[in-house]
Design a protein around this ligand. Structure first.
Ligand code: ADP
Ligand code: ADP
Length: 228
């Protein structure tokens, strides 16, 4: 589903954020991306969601080479990729419902379908009863759930998350990771950047480690999830 072929990314100024990165994430797989701050985790995710382009190498998502995607088609490609950020980027001048509805409204979905889909997404994250509230009235963990509902509201086959538990205490972090597992169980391919090594190990999934822009060999892969 996500395939990096010898990818390098140099930002302006010459800094090499990724160097020779090659990996393959299978359809339906759930994996973690870890490494110290500045290791290149966000850069890798940005390449998947077409927020950045590689300097060298190629990225394939869902069987499509992203370097072949013309600029005007980027919004359509992004619809297939749900993204969750650490600071959840919610709009505080609208209700929970309207925040989750946003991606559907951009796509011109009918109001009836918007209502159905938003409620299905809020139900999955356990926030159906809070749809009329403003996000400021919610706890940090609940706000992150709203961000997740918004990321999955149009049922993307791929879900990316950049430090989704960065601001949460351990118990809430674990709950959020379990939510991602539930989406993965219904077939969504999930890639999560996180430096919470203790939590990641506990979940027993594939872990890819970046160090100074390079993927460390000896990718930790628990036997029950092994694809080789
Ligand atoms: P991580 O997510 O692991 O903390 P990043 O991908 O954000 O790492 O950053 C990798 C490296 O690239 C860092 O050295 C960072 O300073 C640099 N970097 C990230 N974004 C930019 C940018 N837009 N311009 C220049 N350098 C950047
Ligand atoms: P409907 O099929 O009527 O649209 P739902 O929205 O509840 O009803 O989705 C049906 C099933 O699809 C659910 O079990 C849901 O978990 C699953 N599903 C598949 N892909 C996704 C996704 N990316 N996000 C959320 N749910 C998904």
């Amino acid at each position: 589903m996500i395939h990096f072929q010898n990818v390098c990314k140099r930002y302006q100024g010459g800094h090499e954020a990724l160097a020779g990165v090659t990996f393959h994430l299978q359809r339906g797989e759930m994996a973690f991306l870890t490494g110290h701050s500045g290791a290149g985790k966000s850069t890798l995710l940005k390449l998947v969601m077409l927020m950045e382009r590689p300097s060298e190498g190629r990225v394939l998502v869902g069987g499509q080479y992203l370097d072949r995607v013309p600029a005007r088609q980027i919004p359509y490609i992004r619809r297939h990729i749900g993204v969750v950020f650490q600071n959840h980027q919610l709009l505080f001048d609208r209700t929970v419902f309207d925040n989750v509805a946003l991606p559907l409204e951009v796509m011109g979905t009918s109001p009836r379908e918007v209502g159905r889909r938003v409620r299905a997404a809020l139900d999955k994250v356990g926030l159906l009863s809070k749809e009329r509230l403003n996000p400021v009235q919610l706890s940090g963990g609940e706000q992150q759930r709203v961000g997740i509902a918004r990321a999955v509201v149009n049922k993307p086959p791929v879900l990316l998350a950049d430090e989704p538990t960065g601001n949460l205490d351990p118990e809430l972090s674990s709950d959020i990771m379990h939510l991602f597992e539930q989406f993965n169980q219904v077939g969504v391919t999930v890639l999560i950047a996180s430096h919470d090594i203790a939590l990641i190990r506990h979940l027993g999934r594939r872990v890819m480690t970046l160090a100074n822009g390079q993927l460390r060999s000896g990718d930790f892969m628990p036997r029950e999830n092994s694809l080789y």
